[in-house]
Structure formats: structure tokens, C-alpha cells
Design a binder for this molecule. Sequence first.
Ligand code: DUC
Ligand code: ZN
Ligand code: ZN
Length: 453
Amino acid sequence: MDLLIRNGTIVTEKEMFRADLGVKDGKIVAIAEDLSGVPCDHVVDATGKLVLPGAIDAHTHLAFPFGGTVSSDDFFAGTRAAACGGTTTVFDYSGQAKGETLLETAKRREAEANEDGPAVDYALHVGITDLSNGLLDTMQEAVDYGISSFKVYMVYDFGVKDGDFYQVLQKSKETGALICVHAENKEVLSTLTDQLVAEGKLSAWYHYVSRPEFVAGEADRRAIAWARSLNAPLYIVHMSDKEGVEAVTQAKDEGLEIYMETCPHYLHFTRDVFKREDGRNFVCSPPMKGQESQDALWEAVKRGDVDTIATDHCPFMQSEKDWGKDDFRKIPNGCAGVENMYPYMLSKANEGVISFPRAVEICSFNPAKIFGCTQKGSLAVGKDADIVIYDPNKDFTVHQENMHSDSDHTIWEGLELHGYPVQTYSRGRLVYDNGEFVGERGWGKLIKRAARK
Ligand code: DUC
Ligand code: ZN
Ligand code: ZN
């Protein structure tokens, strides 16, 4: 064996138990009570520590052209930050350029990613923006290449109309792909924005006022209605509102295959952050909502209706956020989060809010299962050795200086966590060690994924 992790408490999506874990050629090859007799090059003592599968962040925007600029983490910086927060696979939302086939988008982004040199493994979803001239028919070749999930935005200038969204869902049924959706009502938020601007209401608070709860809730219901009518699976990204939570819960109760993702920033912050002097730094879409929505999200996390936690990691530099100091429309939407997700959710587990297996289920096992990463998402023999060693007694306070993104500020500044990852392994290679990134540029590979049966 190449690596033996001894005496730790293994956490899977189902249970926790004391065991040794052995790794060879990047794969988990043994999990047993005592592997001390097996010859091994490198032994790590994990006494008193938890041993977990690396998290899978199914929602990031790396080097994403958006809001008049490009998000500040490329595939290297974003995956370096991920590794340092115990995330060993990140999904990028790659946007289709006009006229591009869906496979061309994926291959262009794969080339860009490989040029940046990812530090951990990555996968690509393709955001569909152009259905003209038969481009939607190219979904099958992208699926055959290993890109089995696509996204539609119901907002933004690159978003799609309801009829196009409907066609995308139809095509997904033919190809075995899963469609992800950013659900907000574009028309209503644009009307509200115009009205606020006419009244001179331009501070960051009005970003929220232009996109309040019902703007997301209505679109969540509409998206589910199209999926229901086709009996097509659907994955709703970054759920932020109580009405949407209720809509997904009801759809699940009906037996529909509707998945719900939420993000740590919706679980931790409310709309009140937009009243802060630095409120622009928190501007993302959809915005954080009121306390009722946050409570509904936590309840859904606890009862199992939230399927995944992801970050929507999309950082911009302070100088870019400052463009919108006096006009919320000029703030590039998005925040850094990829390094904070697993530590945040595990710290909630450490506090007893959820169990550690539930944290593993929503941060690793479920995203792997839903998106067809068959070699990831669990500590089991035969899986990739994407492993986090977590010290439940290590106190950690988030500061910009101890983060590893290229971004120059963090909305998580000052967050106190009890428990923190001490080591991260990507396919058996140590990439994070006690505060330091020790991985290498270019280590990460594209994960090709299976279509749905
Ligand atoms: N929302 C954000 O805040 N940033 C990136 C894209 C998105 O939908
Ligand atoms: Zn979005
Ligand atoms: Zn996003």
C-alpha cells in the first residue's frame, strides 16, 4: 500500500466506525479494523480524528465571464482553495458561446481548465444559451463524451425562455442528461429594478428588494411545472426561499425526481447583510432572504429534502464589487465559498445540528450519485482516495489571510468554526496539510460522467 490512515473514525453517508484505511495507486484498497500488518510506504496516525470522503462542490463558476468582468478564481486558484477546505471535486458551470455545439463548449473549457492546471479533479456542466440551428441536438454527443448535466438560466441576458427550457427538458429525457436550473422571474425582477432605480433606491439593500422571495418562489414552481408535465428529472440550484423549499418538498412527495441544492450562505446569512456598510460584498443572485426562508432551508436539510450543498463560488475582487458602491446594478454578482462549504457544514455537524453522516451525504455522496461521478463520494474499497482528515477539536477562525482563493476578501471573515480539516488527499496525494496547500498545479483531471439510465 502507498498510504495507511490508522485509528481514525471513518464517516460514510450512513455510519461512523473506527477503522484503518489503506490506499494504493490512488484508490481505496482496504478498510478494516486493523491493517497494521500490511506493508505500507506512509502511515498517518488519525487517532482522535474523523476520516471523511472529500466534498464535491457541484456548483462553481471558475474564470466566469460575468457582470462586466471575469470571476477571479481560475481552475487552479479555485481548486487550490477547494483542496484547502476539504473539497476534492469541483463542478464548473461552463457557458455555451453563441453558435457553439455543447461538446465544443465542454472541450473549450476542458482546454482552458487544463491550461490553468487544476489542483483537484473537476467536472463540467454546460450552460445552454443558444438552441438555434439544431444546437440542442448536440446534447447527445456531449453526453457521450461524459458531460451528463446541463443548465438553463431563467434570468440574465444569456437565459432562456420557458419554451426553450421546455425543449431542453425534452432533450434531456432522450439523452439521459440531468438539467439544472437557476430559477428567478426575469421579467418581474427587471420591472422591480426599474421602479427602484426611478425612485433613486440604489444601495445594496435594493438588490434584495428587486429579487425578493416571490421572484424565486414563482420561478421554482414554474420550473417544477415543466418538469412535472414531462416527468423529467430536474435539479434546482441554489435554493434560497421558503416557497421553493415547499414546492420541491411537495414535488418529492408526489414522487417526482426533483433535486434541491442550497448553499452555506443561505443557511448562514439573511437579507440583513445587504444593509451592512459592505453589503455589496454579499451581493449574489438569488440574494439571501428573510429568516423564515433560512429556517425552512435548515428544516429541509435536516429532514432530507435538501439533496446537496454547493457554493455557487463566483468571487470578484473588492475593486470590482466597489463598482456598485452607489448602484446595486453595477455590482458583479457572486461571492467566494468553495473553501468554506465543508468546514461550515462539518462544524454544524460538530455542534449537533446535523449528524456527520448527513453532512457527508449532502456534501459528497449525493452530488456524486446525482451527477454520475461513480468513482467518488464515499469511503469504500474501489473508490478514488479523495479523503479528508478532520480534527473535531481544532478551532479555526476564517480570515482573508488564511484562505487560498485569489479573491481579496471573504464574506466569511471572522466566522469561528469548531473543528477543521487538517489534511486533504486527492486520489491518494496529499494536497492540503495543516493550513498549507501542498498540491500541484495540473494534478486534477476532468471527471467524465455517466448518463442516467
Ligand atoms: N449568481 C451569482 O451570484 N453569481 C454567478 C451566477 C449566478 O447565478
Ligand atoms: Zn445561478
Ligand atoms: Zn451559479
